[in-house]
Design a protein around this ligand. Structure first.
Ligand SMILES: Cc1cc2nc3c(=O)[nH]c(=O)nc-3n(C[C@H](O)[C@H](O)[C@H](O)COP(=O)(O)OP(=O)(O)OC[C@H]3O[C@@H](n4cnc5c(N)ncnc54)[C@H](O)[C@@H]3O)c2cc1C
Length: 387
C-alpha cells in the first residue's frame, strides 16, 4: 500500500512508524523547513502513553521528561496561593504519566523512525484528485504521487482538510481564547522557580512558566479573546495582553521572541473525517483544544487506531472503523474542554480563588481519589490494553 502523510507532527510521525511496520510505502511531507523544537509541555498519559509504550520509546521519553515537582498558582510576585504536588498527580494516574515538551516528543518519534521513512521538509500538498485506482496527490514541488491513501495530519489549520472538505470556518470552533508559548533563557528566573510550574491567573488571563530542560524556561499563556483572526504581530499582542500581571510575568515577557507560537484555543468539529481515500488525523480531524489537553495523546491514539484498522482491510472500510472507534473518545474530550474552560481561565476572581483551593485537595487522600477517578475517565485510552 502507498501512503502520503501530510504533516510530520505528532500524529504524522506516529502513523508513519506504525505503517512502516506493516510494509506500507510511506512518504511524509512537512511544510516547515526542518524539524521544529517549539511548543509547550504536555502531561502525557492515556492513549499517548500506551502507544509510546507499544512503540518501545518510553525510556527515551523518560530521559527527556521534565522533572517538575509542583504546580503552583502564584500571585504576580511568585507567592503561592494554591496548587498541587506533582507526585499527587502521578499517583492519581497510577504512575503512567510523563511531562514532556512537545518538541522533545517530536524528536523522539522522529528518531524512532530512523531513515526508514523519508520526511520531505519544505513541501506541502497542492491538489488532491480522486482517480479510479487511488488518489493523485500533487505536492508543492510539482511532483504527483498516485497513492492508495492520503492522510492529512497537518494540524488544526490543515490544508488537506481545506482542499478536500472545505474552508476552515466550517469546522473550527473557537472557545473564545488565544494562546501563546515560547522558550527562553533567564538564569535568575530559572533559579527562582526551580522545578515548579508557576501559574499567575487573573480574570480572563493566565500566564505561566516552567523549567524546560538544560537551564531553559518555557512560557505558556492563555487569554480570553473572541477575535476570529490571528494578529499580524503576535509578539505585540502577547505584550499587550499579559503586561501588568506582576514583576514575575513582566520579566518573562522581556524574553518574548518576534514570532512566538500563537493560535486560537479552538476545536475542530466535523461530521466525518474521511472522503474516499483521503482521511484526517489528529488536530486536523478533531483538535480538542488546550482546555481539554491531551491533543498529542489523541493524535497518537488515532494514529495507532488507523494503522491497526488498515491491516488487512480495504481502505474504505478501515477508514470507517477508525472513525467509529475514535469518535466517542474525541467527543468526550471535546465536551470536557468546553466545560473546563471557565475554570482553567476564569472570568471572575472568586472562581480563581475557589479553583486554586480545590486543586490543593488533590494533595489529600480523599481529594486525590475523587480527582483521580475523573482524570482517569477523561484520559481513558483508545488503545486496547496490551494484556
Ligand atoms: C511548532 C508547534 C508548536 C505547538 N505548540 C503548541 C502549544 O504551545 N500549545 C498547544 O495547545 N498546542 C500546540 N501545538 C499543537 C499540538 O502540537 C497539537 O495539538 C498536538 O500535538 C496534535 O498533533 P498533530 O500532529 O495533530 O498536529 P501538530 O502537532 O500541529 O502537527 C501538524 C504538522 O503538520 C505540519 N503542517 C501544517 N500544514 C502543513 C501543510 N500544508 N503541509 C505539510 N505540513 C503541514 C505542521 O508544520 C506540523 O508539523 C503546537 C504545534 C506545533 C507544530
Amino acid at each position: 500500500m502507498k501512503v502520503v502523510i501530510c504533516g510530520a507532527g505528532i500524529a504524522g510521525l506516529t502513523l508513519a512508524w506504525w505503517l512502516r511496520r506493516t510494509g506500507a510505502e510511506v512518504t511524509v511531507v512537512e511544510k516547515a523547513a526542518g524539524p521544529r523544537s517549539d511548543g509547550y509541555m504536555m502531561d502525557f498519559f492515556g492513549s499517548g502513553y500506551d502507544v509510546a509504550e507499544r512503540m518501545g520509546i518510553l525510556d527515551e521519553l523518560r530521559r527527556v521528561a521534565a522533572d517538575i515537582t509542583e504546580l503552583v498558582y502564584a500571585d504576580g510576585y511568585g507567592r503561592r496561593v494554591g496548587g498541587l504536588r506533582y507526585a499527587s498527580f502521578q499517583e492519581m494516574l497510577g504512575g503512567r504519566v510523563l511531562s514532556v515538551m512537545r518538541g522533545d516528543l517530536e524528536t523522539v518519534l522522529r528518531s524512532a523512525l530512523r531513515h526508514d521513512v523519508p520526511i520531505r521538509y519544505g513541501i506541502g500538498v497542492e491538489t488532491v484528485r480522486d482517480v479510479p485506482s487511488g488518489v493523485d496527490v500533487e505536492l508543492t514541488d510539482g511532483t504527483v504521487h498516485r497513492v492508495d491513501l492520503l492522510v492529512g495530519a497537518d494540524g488544526i489549520h490543515s490544508t488537506v482538510r481545506r482542499l478536500v472538505f472545505g474552508p476552515e470556518e466550517s469546522f473550527l470552533r473557537s472557545l473564545g481564547y488565544h494562546t501563546a508559548s515560547f522558550l527562553f533563557e533567564d538564569q535568575e528566573l530559572a533559579e527562582e522557580i526551580g522545578r515548579r510550574f508557576v501559574l499567575v491567573g487573573v480574570p480572563d488571563r493566565q500566564a505561566g512558566f516552567y523549567p524546560a530542560g538544560k537551564g531553559g524556561l518555557a512560557a505558556s499563556l492563555i487569554h480570553r479573546c473572541p477575535a476570529l483572526t490571528l494578529p499580524a504581530d503576535s509578539r505585540a499582542q502577547v505584550l499587550d495582553a499579559y503586561r501588568g500581571l506582576g514583576p514575575l510575568i513582566d520579566r518573562m515577557l522581556e524574553h518574548c521572541p518576534e514570532d512566538p507560537y500563537y493560535d486560537y484555543v479552538a476545536q475542530i468539529r466535523m461530521s466525518t473525517w474521511s472522503k474516499g481515500r483521503v482521511t484526517l488525523l489528529g488536530d486536523a480531524a478533531h483538535a480538542v483544544s488546550l482546555m481539554a489537553g491531551q491533543g498529542s495523546s489523541m493524535a497518537m491514539g488515532g494514529a495507532h487506531t488507523l494503522a491497526t484498522e488498515l491491516l488487512g482491510a480495504d481502505v474504505e472500510s478501515a477508514l470507517e472503523r477508525y472513525e467509529r472507534r475514535m469518535r466517542p473518545f474525541v467527543l468526550r474530550k471535546q465536551a470536557a474542554g468546553r466545560s473546563t474552560a471557565d475554570w482553567t481561565v476564569p472570568r471572575e476572581a472568586w472562581r480563581i480563588a475557589l479553583r486554586n483551593r480545590l486543586f490543593g485537595l488533590a494533595d489529600l487522600p480523599g481529594g486525590r481519589s475523587l480527582m483521580g477517578h475523573t482524570l482517569r475517565r477523561l484520559g481513558a485510552s483508545v488503545v486496547p490494553s496490551a494484556g
